[in-house]
Design a binder for this molecule. Structure first.
Ligand SMILES: [Zn+2]
Length: 1032
C-alpha cells in the first residue's frame, strides 16, 4: 500500500537505520561486525627511538592488555600480536581490528602491510576475505605504534605546542567477522540519504533517492541477510540512471598530503610516508581502478632507503601508471621565500630523481598547500618541462575570493602555464556527495571548462584514501543528478582542460595568498639559515667550478654538493622555511644549516686551495698580502677587514674583478675618506663623498642625502630607522598570521639605553652605536656603518628578543611619492601598491621580498637592502622591514633569544635599475672573501666571467649534472628590459649551447663563440642557462 511520506520522518528513519549512535541494537549498522575473538596474546616493547623492524623484533617483549596506555609522546611501542582464528569462521571475512591512539603500522612476515590510524578511519586489517580451511589460522603480527597523532600531539588544540606527556591508549586488538553485505548496504544508504538531503526539495532526484532509501529499509530484515540483495537491487536501479551528455565530469585522484615536517619531526614523516603508501598499495591490489598522485621526491627517497620492499611494490604501480609521481620538485617548498636558484634546484633535484627512478619526469607542478606563489614560477616550470600547475591554497584567502579555478597563469616574463584549483577547495576529499556537489557549484569557470579535479584521501598528517571513499565514488560514477565521478589521473584531467582551454582567462603576476603573511618573518634563524646557505652553496659552486676549469686534478664535489643542496631544499618545505613548525623541527632545520655551513666552509677552502694554491703559500720572508675572492659577476671596490701578520684586523679598500680574485698588497686610498662628527646636540653626521647622513641620539636618521645635492630622503620632522612594536595576536594561526589590525597598535620604540656614540672615527669606515629597550624586556643594539665609496648605509643589528605576541619592524618614512613600491623576487622584481584603494590592494598590507625593496619617483628613490629578512611593507611613503615576531604556537620558544641581522638604506638618483640597487643588494649578501696570501705573484688579478650589460645578472656557475667536463651558467635579465649582452669568459670554452633548467640542450641553441664571448638576447626577466663544454 502506498503511504503518504513525511519528508523529515522519512529522512530520519533512514538516518537511524544506519546510525552509529542510535538503535544499534536493532539497526543495520549494528550488524556490520559479527563474532569477535580477542588476541591470543599481546606483548610490547617500547623505545624512544625510531628503529627498523629487524632490530625491534629482537627485543624483549612484555605482556600488555587492551585498555593499557603507553607513552609519553614521540615514543614508539612495538606490539607483538598473536592471533588464532576460530575454525568456525570458515567462509567468513575476518578482520584484525586495532583501535588505539597514535599511528600504527602492521607488519607481517617482516614486511609493512598496512597503516592503522583511527583519525584516518583505518582500524581494520583484512586477514582474509573468505576464510579457507587450508589457510593458517594462527597469525603473528607486529604493530609499530608511534606515540603521536595524525597531527602530532598539540596540547589543547591542534597547533598548540606538543604535550610532552601524552598517553596513548590501546582500546581494541581483536579478530572480528566482517559482514561485507551489510557494509555495502550501508554505503548505498549513506549516498542515497546524502542525495536526498543535499539535492534539496526543488530537485526531484532528492525525492527519488529518499523514497528508494525508505523502500530499502522496508525490504531489509537486518536479521536475515537473504533480504539484502533485494534492497541492494533497489539502490543499483537508481544509481544506474545516467546523466545527460552535458554533465560536469569530476576527475577523482587518490592523494595523501604529507607535510615533510610540521607538527612532527622529519623522522616521523618517513614513517608517515610508509604507513600511508603501504595502505595505498594494498588498496590498489584490491581496486584495479585506483590511481594515486604522489609528490615530493624526498619522500620517495626516504621510502626507497628505509622500506625497500615497499618501494619495489610502489615502483611496479608507477610503471602501471597508477601510483603517479607529480610535482617535479624535491619537496613541496614554500612558494615565496626560496631564491630563484633554489627553486630551480627544487625542480632539478626532483625531476632528475623521478627520471632516474621511474624513467619519467613530472608534467605538472603540484603545490596544493603553500602560502602563495611567486610570479617567477611559470617561467621556472616551463624551463623544467612543466606546463601545468595544480594548487588550491588561494581558497584560504581571507579577503578576496580568487576569480578562477581553471585559468592561464602568466609570470613576470610572460611565460604561461595552465593552472587548476580543484573547485572543492581541498586536497583531502572523502568521496562524499556534498563534496562532489560543491566541486560543481563552486567552480568559477563554469561554461568555460567542464572538468574538475577531486583529490581524495586523508592528508596533512598522511593517511590517504580508504576503501569506503572508493566505494562511495563507485556509486556516483554516472548517476543522474550528481556530476560524473571518474577515477582519473592528473594527465587525463589536464589533457581535457587543454582541449577546452580556448575560453580560459589569464591571471598575470603573483598568486598572493591573503593569509599567513607572518610566515615571511617567523623563526628568523631559519630564514637566516636559508639565505646564508643559499649564498654558501652559490659560492662553493662558483669557486669549485673555477677550480675545475683551471686545474686538471681538482675533483668537483658533486655528491657532497648534492647532499648539501638536498638538505637546504628539504628545509624549504612549506612548514619549515615559513616557520610554522614545532620546536623539534626547528632544531633539526638549524642542525641542517649548521651542517651546510661547516661542510660548505670546507669545500670552499678546498676550491680556493686548488684555484689559487700557489698564491696562498707564504714565501720565505715575504710580506703578507691578501687574496680577495669575488663570487659575483661584476667588479667590486669595497672595504674589507683582513687579518694582518700580527693577527690584527685591519681595514683595506680593494678592487676585485668580476667572478675572480685579486692579490692585494697595498690597499687603495679612498677618493674621499669617511668623516664622522658628533654635533653639540649629541647627533652624529657621517659622510663618505657619496652619501651624507645625520643621526639623532636614538640612531634615527633625520637626514639622508646624496653628496653634492640638497635632495633630502627623509621628510621634515620624520625619523627613518625608527623601530616600531606592534601587538601581534592573530585570529588562530599564530606562527602563520599577521592580521591587518596589528597596524592599529603601532608603538614607536623610544626608550634609550645607550645614546649614540661614535665607534669608528672614519677614514675607510665610520660607525656609531646605540642601544634601545624594546617593550618590557627586549633590547636592541645597533652599529650604523658607513664605508668609503659605499653608496649605502649599513645597520648591523643585535637583538635580545624576549617578547610574546609582538611584532618588531623598522620604518623608513621617505620623501618619495609613488603609488607603487618595487620588491625583489626570484630572478626579478615586481611592484605592489603603497595604498589600499581596493580590497585586493589592502589585503597586501604585509608582503614578502628578497634582498631589496625600493620606493622611487621619477629620477630619485630610496632602497632598503637586507641580508636575511623577507617580510616588508610600503604604506604611503613609509617603507618597513619586518624584523621579528613572537608567536607561541606551534613552537612556544619561537624566535626567543639572540638575533643578528643587517639591513641597509640606499638613496639614489634615477631608477633603481640604473643606480645599481640590484648589484648593491647582492654585494651586501655576498661578501668578498679575503684569504691571507703570500707576496703577490703574477697574475695579481684574474676574472673568469663578466657580462657586458648591467641589466643581466650571471647568477649561477656550476658543473653540469651529466657531463663532468662541462659547466652550466645561468643568467637572468634583472631590469625588466629587452637587452643584448655579451657573456665573456677566460675559461677554455670550446662549445656553448643554450639549455633548459634541467640542463637539457635546447634545439638550435648552439651559440657562436666570438672574440667578445657569446652574445645573448634577453627579454624582460628572461632566465637563460648555457652549457659550456670545456677544452681539456
Ligand atoms: Zn602542507
Amino acid at each position: 500500500m502506498a503511504a503518504l511520506k513525511h519528508r523529515r520522518t522519512a529522512l530520519e528513519r533512514v538516518e537511524k537505520f544506519i546510525s552509529e549512535v542510535y538503535f544499534t541494537d536493532c539497526n543495520l549498522r549494528g550488524r556490520l561486525f559479527g563474532d569477535r575473538c580477542p588476541a591470543a596474546s599481546l606483548s610490547c616493547f617500547q623505545t624512544p627511538r625510531r628503529i627498523p623492524y629487524d632490530e625491534a623484533v629482537r627485543q624483549e617483549f612484555a605482556p600488555v592488555k587492551v585498555g593499557d596506555s603507553f607513552g609519553p609522546t614521540w615514543e614508539t611501542c612495538w606490539f607483538k600480536v598473536e592471533l588464532s582464528i576460530p575454525p568456525a569462521w570458515a567462509g567468513r571475512e575476518v578482520h584484525f581490528v586495532w583501535e588505539s591512539d597514535g599511528e600504527g603500522m602492521v607488519w607481517r612476515d617482516a614486511q609493512p602491510v598496512q597503516g592503522l590510524t583511527k583519525e584516518g578511519e583505518k582500524t581494520s586489517y583484512i586477514l582474509t576475505s573468505s576464510l579457507k580451511e587450508t589457510e593458517p589460522h594462527s597469525v603473528t603480527l607486529y604493530v609499530e605504534l608511534a606515540c603521536n597523532g595524525l597531527f602530532g600531539a598539540g596540547k589543547g588544540s591542534m597547533i598548540a605546542p606538543p604535550d610532552p606527556d601524552r598517553r596513548f591508549t590501546l582500546s581494541k586488538a581483536e579478530l572480528v567477522v566482517f559482514n561485507r553485505d551489510v557494509y555495502e548496504l550501508l554505503v548505498d544508504l549513506e549516498i542515497l540519504l546524502d542525495m536526498a538531503q543535499l539535492l534539496g526539495e526543488e530537485n526531484q532526484r532528492s525525492f527519488q533517492a529518499l523514497y528508494t532509501a525508505n523502500q530499502m529499509v522496508n525490504v531489509c530484515d537486518v536479521g536475515d541477510p537473504s533480504t539484502f540483495p533485494a534492497a541492494r537491487g533497489l539502490a543499483a536501479a537508481i544509481f544506474s540512471q545516467r546523466n545527460g551528455e552535458s554533465q560536469h565530469t569530476i576527475h577523482a585522484v587518490g592523494h595523501c598530503h604529507i607535510d615533510s615536517a610540521w607538527l612532527w619531526p622529519y623522522e616521523e614523516t618517513i614513517r608517515k610516508c610508509a604507513r600511508s603508501w603501504v595502505t595505498v598499495v594494498r588498496l590498489m591490489e584490491h581496486n584495479p581502478e585506483l590511481t594515486f598522485a604522489c609528490s615530493q621526491a624526498q619522500q620517495f627517497e626516504w621510502v626507497r632507503s628505509w622500506y625497500p620492499g615497499l618501494y619495489a611494490r610502489i615502483q611496479d604501480f608507477v610503471a602501471k601508471g597508477r601510483f603517479i609521481p607529480v610535482g617535479g620538485t624535491w619537496v613541496e617548498m614554500d612558494g615565496n621565500l626560496p631564491s630563484g636558484e633554489s627553486m630551480v634546484r627544487q625542480f632539478l633535484q626532483g625531476q632528475r630523481f623521478f627520471q632516474e627512478q621511474f624513467g619519467q619526469i613530472c608534467s605538472e607542478f603540484w603545490l596544493p598547500d603553500t602560502f602563495g606563489y611567486s610570479a617567477q614560477l611559470p617561467q621556472l616550470m616551463r624551463g623544467c618541462g612543466i606546463r601545468r600547475f595544480l594548487t588550491q591554497k588561494l581558497s584560504w584567502n581571507l579577503v578576496n575570493t580568487f576569480p578562477h579555478h581553471t585559468f592561464f597563469w602568466e609570470g613576470i616574463d610572460g611565460s604561461r602555464v595552465l593552472t587548476h584549483f580543484p573547485p572543492g577547495d581541498s586536497y583531502g576529499m572523502h568521496g562524499r556527495v556534498e563534496e562532489v556537489l560543491k566541486t560543481v557549484k563552486n567552480n568559477k569557470d563554469k561554461g568555460r571548462v567542464n572538468h574538475s579535479a577531486f583529490l581524495f584521501g586523508f592528508g596533512d598528517g598522511g593517511g590517504g584514501p580508504t576503501q569506503k571513499m572508493l566505494d562511495r565514488m563507485k556509486r556516483m560514477s554516472d548517476t543522474d543528478g550528481l556530476p560524473r565521478v571518474q577515477i582519473s589521473t592528473p594527465d587525463r584531467l589536464f589533457s581535457v582542460l587543454e582541449k577546452e582551454s580556448s575560453q580560459l582567462c589569464t591571471w598575470v603576476g603573483e598568486l598572493f595568498l591573503e593569509l599567513h603573511n607572518g610566515t615571511y618573518t617567523t623563526q628568523a634563524q631559519i630564514k637566516k639559515g636559508n639565505r646564508e646557505c643559499e649564498r654558501i652553496l652559490h659560492d662553493v659552486e662558483v669557486l669549485s667550478t673555477l677550480a675545475l676549469a683551471r686545474s686538471g686534478t681538482f675533483q668537483y664535489p658533486t655528491s657532497e654538493l648534492q647532499r648539501l643542496w638536498r638538505l637546504l631544499l628539504l628545509n624549504q618545505f612549506h612548514d619549515v622555511l615559513p616557520g610554522s613548525c614545532i620546536q623539534l623541527v626547528v632544531e633539526d632545520a638549524l642542525r641542517y644549516y649548521a651542517e651546510i655551513r661547516g661542510a660548505g666552509a670546507r669545500l670552499q677552502e678546498e676550491a680556493v686551495q686548488s684555484l689559487c694554491g700557489d698564491l696562498l703559500q707564504p714565501g720565505v720572508g715575504s710580506t703578507q698580502s691578501t687574496l680577495v675572492l669575488n663570487t659575483l659577476p661584476w667588479e667590486r671596490t669595497e672595504v674589507i677587514s683582513r687579518t694582518g701578520p700580527a693577527g690584527t684586523e685591519t681595514l683595506a679598500l680593494v678592487t676585485v674583478p668580476s667572478m675572480g680574485y685579486a692579490v692585494v698588497k697595498e690597499p687603495l686610498q679612498p677618493p674621499q675618506p669617511v668623516t664622522v662628527r658628533k654635533q653639540e646636540d649629541g647627533s652624529v653626521t657621517m659622510e663618505n663623498g657619496v652619501i651624507a647622513v645625520c643621526l639623532d641620539t636614538m640612531g634615527r636618521l633625520t637626514s639622508l642625502h646624496l653628496v653634492g645635492s640638497q635632495r633630502e630622503s627623509v621628510p621634515e620632522g620624520c625619523y627613518a630607522n625608527q623601530f616600531a612594536l606592534f601587538d601581534d595576536v592573530p585570529l588562530y594561526w599564530d606562527a602563520w598570521d599577521v592580521m591587518d589590525y596589528h597596524l592599529e597598535t603601532r608603538k614607536p620604540v623610544t626608550t634609550l639605553l645607550k645614546p649614540l656614540e661614535i665607534s669608528l672615527a672614519g677614514g675607510l669606515r665610520g660607525s656609531a652605536s646605540f642601544s634601545l629597550q624594546i617593550g618590557k624586556s627586549s633590547t636592541l643594539t645597533q652599529e650604523i656603518i658607513l664605508d668609503a665609496t659605499c653608496p649605502y648605509l649599513r645597520f648591523l643589528t643585535q637583538v635580545e628578543w624576549k617578547e610574546a605576541h609582538k611584532f618588531l619592524k623598522v620604518e623608513f618614512p621617505l620623501l618619495v611619492r609613488s603609488t607603487n613600491a618595487t620588491y625583489e623576487i626570484q630572478f626579478g622584481h615586481l611592484q605592489r601598491p603603497t595604498h589600499g584603494n581596493t580590497s585586493w590592494d589592502w589585503a597586501r598590507f604585509e608582503v614578502w621580498a628578497h634582498k631589496w625593496v625600493d620606493l622611487s619617483e621619477h629620477g630619485f628613490g630610496v632602497a632598503l637592502l637586507n641580508d636575511c629578512k623577507y617580510g616588508a611593507s610600503a604604506h604611503g611613503n613609509v617603507l618597513s622591514l619586518s624584523l621579528l615576531r613572537a608567536p607561541k604556537s606551534p613552537d612556544a620558544t619561537a624566535d626567543m633569544g639572540h638575533h643578528q641581522f643587517t639591513y641597509a638604506v640606499m638613496p639614489h638618483w634615477g631608477s633603481f635599475q640604473d643606480a645599481g640597487v640590484i648589484q648593491c643588494a647582492y654585494n651586501l649578501n655576498f661578501p668578498l672573501h679575503p684569504v691571507p696570501a703570500s707576496s703577490a705573484q703574477c697574475p695579481e688579478a684574474w676574472s673568469s666571467f663578466s657580462v657586458s650589460s648591467p641589466a643581466v645578472v650571471l647568477e649561477t656557475v656550476k658543473q653540469a649534472e651529466d657531463s663532468p667536463g662541462a659547466v652550466v651558467v645561468r643568467l637572468y635579465e634583472a631590469h625588466g628590459s629587452t637587452v643584448e649582452a655579451w657573456l665573456q669568459t677566460s675559461l677554455p670554452v670550446q662549445e656553448a649551447t643554450l639549455c633548459d633548467l634541467l640542463e637539457r640542450p635546447v634545439a638550435g641553441g648552439c651559440l657562436r663563440l666570438e672574440q667578445r664571448g657569446v652574445r645573448l638576447s634577453f627579454t624582460p626577466f628572461r632566465v637563460l642557462s648555457l652549457l659550456l663544454v670545456l677544452r681539456r
